[in-house]
Ligand binder design. Structure first.
Ligand SMILES: Cc1ncc(COP(=O)(O)O)c(C=O)c1O
Length: 409
């Protein structure tokens, strides 16, 4: 026995190149932070968009529905596309509140993340490319890396409040481009897009036969009364669109992992794609069954937690903006939605190194702009979350101000 074992290969099991190339800066920055914390350092986390880590608790409608489901034998497998009552609610909400036109179908997933993964995987073949915003929410880039698909980055224009640069989108599109991703309200910039820019993107997509993937996971989290969220699927009968949404952010429970997608557009153009999505959904069984019972009460509930949530976010946003304005070399386009802000630091070459030094010297965790595929020759960027309480934010920005002062050339 021992002899035959010694004849076995000693070669290491090599991991997948695609998987090894995946980066996810939002969580990767916490590795060093945790080590410092274990060594006794006080660490201020401004990196993760998880309300439960801060002073926000799951909305009552979500909590009660989940408890009911757990107590009522709803822990078996659910239908692969999603719980029928949840899908009906999602489509009714999309049609009535968000004015979606031409709904072709919908599905639920384990978070918006799984819905995005299934939508991309069901669409793409080797040689295709997909247009992503720069900066982007990193999951899109991660999934494309895993699939071995080229991502082409279109500019979000900081000088225009981070609105998409549609001329750049047009210039990147070729015969192999299959889809364009639009994140609105945006992570990481906090921008909320206007009707004109959305119409221009729809026009490009229609002329080049592109699927639009519209991520509206922060659609209810618009901070300014003067701004209104507009769903792309409400703007056109012709465009082929998959819209992503979910419970995690709006109902303050990202760990219950419930998201969904709604497909809209001309049925003839969308039905083969939707059938492939359903095929993929069956291959992975189902989204978490008990937690899908939270969809109906959340979407149809009073939304009574929202005014308080938005008010807190507004106050925290305003505090951050006034702190940033007082630090020389830092600037920020005030976020209008979601709960993030992207801060510009003049004159730094390597924002990942800058963020690492900030963490080492001041114990403040932020995510470098390069983690969102944002690169600039004359500035660096970092993203903060607006979720920590005001004392924590004020303390973090005081430490950032010290760091900027100490590292001034
Ligand atoms: C723009 C955007 N899309 C999707 C997701 C993923 O959402 P979920 O937690 O539902 O998977 C996030 C999470 O931060 C996000 O910011």
């Amino acid at each position: 026995m021992t002899e035959s074992v010694s004849n076995y290969s000693n070669e290491i099991i090599t991991p997948s190149r695609n998987a090894s190339n995946i980066r996810y800066a939002i969580r990767e920055v916490t590795v060093l932070a945790r080590q410092l914390q274990q060594a006794g350092r006080r660490i201020l986390y401004l990196n993760i968009g998880d309300p439960n880590v801060f002073d926000f608790d799951i909305a009552d409608d979500a909590k009660n529905a989940v408890l009911w489901a757990l107590n009522n034998r709803k822990c078996g497998y659910a239908p692969s596309e999603g719980l029928p009552e949840a899908l009906q609610t999602i489509e009714r909400d999309a049609a009535q509140r968000l004015h979606f036109r031409n709904i072709v179908g919908s599905y639920t997933g384990n978070g918006g993340s799984e819905c995005i993964d299934i939508a991309l995987t069901s669409l793409l073949n080797p040689g295709d490319n997909v247009l992503l915003p720069s900066p982007t929410y990193p999951i899109y880039a991660s999934i494309l890396t895993r699939l071995g698909i080229e991502a082409r980055y279109y500019r979000l224009d900081e000088s225009d409040g981070w609105q998409p640069d549609t001329a750049h989108i047009e210039s990147l599109t070729d015969a192999h481009t299959r889809a364009i991703v639009v994140i609105n309200p945006n992570n990481p910039t906090g921008a909320v897009y206007g009707r004109d820019v959305l119409m221009r993107i729809i026009d490009i997509a229609n002329r080049h036969n592109l699927l639009i993937m519209c991520d509206e996971i922060y659609e209810r989290l618009v901070l300014d009364d003067s701004k209104k969220h507009i769903s792309m699927a409400s703007l056109s009968d012709d465009a082929c669109i998959v819209t992503f949404n979910g419970l995690g952010k709006t109902y303050l429970a990202p760990g219950i992992r419930i998201g969904w997608a709604v497909l809209t557009g001309p049925k003839k153009r969308m039905e083969a794609y939707y059938e492939t999505i359903c095929h993929m959904l069956r291959a992975r069984l189902c989204a978490s069954h008990p937690f899908q019972y939270a969809i109906k009460p959340c979407l149809e509930g009073s939304q009574s937690h929202l005014p308080g949530l938005l008010e807190k976010l507004r106050r925290r946003r305003d505090l951050c903006m006034s702190k940033i304005a007082a630090i020389p070399g830092l600037s920020c386009q005030a976020p209008q939605g979601s709960f993030y802000a992207l801060v510009r630091v003049e004159g730094i070459q390597n924002d990942a190194e800058w963020c690492k030094s900030l963490l080492m010297s001041k114990g403040v965790v932020v995510v470098p702009g390069s983690g969102f595929e944002l690169y600039s020759s004359d500035a660096g960027y970092f993203r903060i979350v607006l979720l920590p309480d005001e004392n924590t934010l004020a303390e973090a920005f005081d430490k950032i101000a010290e760091f900027v002062q100490e590292t001034k050339r």
